[in-house]
Design a binder for this molecule. Sequence first.
Ligand SMILES: [Zn+2]
Length: 388
Amino acid sequence: MFQLIKNANLFAPEAMGLCHVLVAAEKIIYIGAHEPVLDDILDVEVVDLAGASLVPGFIDGHAHITGGGGETGPASRVPPVFLSQFTQSGVTSVVGVLGTDDLTRNTQSIVTQAYGLREEGLSAWCHTGGYHLPLTTLTESARADIVFIDPVIGVGELAISDHRSSQPTLDEFLRIASEAHVAGLMTGKAGILHIHMGDGKRGLELVREALDHSEIPARVFNPTHINRNKSLFEEALPLSLRGVRLDVTAFPEGHSDPGWSAAEAFLQYTKGGFPADKLTISSDGGGCLPHFNEEGEPVRMGVGCASTLPETLREILSHKVPMAQALAPFTANVADLLKLSHKGRLQQGKDADMVVLDKNNNITDVMARGRWHKRNGQTQIFGTYEQS
Ligand SMILES: [Zn+2]
């Protein structure tokens, strides 16, 4: 079946003006100002957007697709994330990670979950490993996981400067980064080391030492949660000038204290004139977010959700940031970091992953791999067990 999307105010993410888009077999096969003429013999579904914004589907580079958590006992393990939790929020591509619990959840389970999400219509990948050393892997090494297992594109989230970390030494840290890098070279995959940053006072010391003392390119080191506290954020900013791509977490409202919200982090980064292509924003969806009382005891468990991505985009846009600039950390920048060349941009030949925004920048429609998962605000496709 063909899908003709008419009268879209298209952001590729660059502003392209009013365009018509033709989709077939999961791909964008035409974008242009002229409406394509299609023979009656073809089965064509037409959607007229009447000037609504059409933007690339979001790539969530950090989500606990198997469910994360487990930090306050077995009952605190978060269940796996359902398909529509991604698609409702405009996420059409996701990268799964293991965090604290890289024992009861392992590379086997995350690879299988990625395959499951693919079967349900999403685009999904994952990293191998998790917070700890020795790395959780499926084969004998992280390098072999990346080389031999299709969805595995990097290593992480390896924890540093955190009380839950395995406290890797510089040599161990470099060894893991080299595994990711070499496997990336061998496959054309991202080959990154995705690094969970804790609140510890050592901050990004290991990353700076790695840049100073090794030959591994800066692009391999990809710290996340850099907005979790203000001094870590300050420390992270100059690394972007050395070629490190920084990932900001879109914490739910009220959770960014003592750091910055993702929108605040984006605005400061942009105002500071740091390289626009080196910033990405991810959700930490499916991760556990414990609420602590004054004694530091967990009183209630929260769960990260992909919905913080469109909320962050709306917040950024409310500060009069041009759409193309606001979209980049959710789309093109993530595709470039992850070497997903068929993702993150609306161009002929790329995958048909797109999101329609109304005039208030709320998501009304979502297409993933050429199928409408959301239409006029209603979920069209649910995950296998979602409604049972
Ligand atoms: Zn983390």
